[in-house]
Ligand binder design. Structure first.
Ligand code: CMP
Length: 136
């Protein structure tokens, strides 16, 4: 059975003109992109998306970064465990710890500006797809 996850290419990926590079990795892995939209996120959407981080010390910095320019929101589909496949391709949250060969390991340095978001479970994927693509 096919399953889906939410991926966000963060403002740093768009600014650095790395959309093609990152999307290309998902395509090369033979994942399907079933929805895609470039949009600038408001504080309300970010509070829903990052509900587990609201109130944490880094939250202000995170919102400032995530709303400073457009993100590319995508729904990515694969045969099974797609959220896990995508998270493995992304690498560790802090790009300094991310292995070479991963998106963050190859392209990132800063903690907040870590290029890409991927849902961290099937439940998160369902919730996050509902926020970004309610009509899917
Ligand atoms: P992500 O896992 O996509 O979603 C939450 C984001 O918050 C995370 O990526 C980082 O960009 C950021 N983040 C998480 N923890 C910290 C931290 N301790 N300091 C700064 N940024 C963080």
């Amino acid at each position: 059975m096919s399953d889906r996850t939410l991926v966000l290419l963060k403002p740093d990926t768009v600014e650095r003109k790395l959309i093609g590079e990152v999307v290309s990795r998902f395509e090369s892995k033979n994942l399907d992109i079933v929805a895609m939209d470039l949009r600038t996120l408001d504080a309300d959407t970010l509070a829903r998306h990052y509900e587990e981080h609201v109130g944490k010390g880094f939250y202000g910095e995170l919102v400032e970064f995530m709303s400073r320019g457009p993100v590319l929101a995508m729904v990515v589909e694969g045969p099974e465990d797609t959220w896990q496949v995508v998270r493995n391709m992304m690498g560790a949250t802090n790009p300094r710890d991310a292995a070479p060969g991963t998106i963050r390991g190859d392209l990132g340095i800063l903690f907040t500006e870590n290029l890409v978001h991927g849902s961290d479970s099937l439940e998160s994927a369902t919730r996050e797809i509902g926020i970004f693509f309610p009509n899917l």
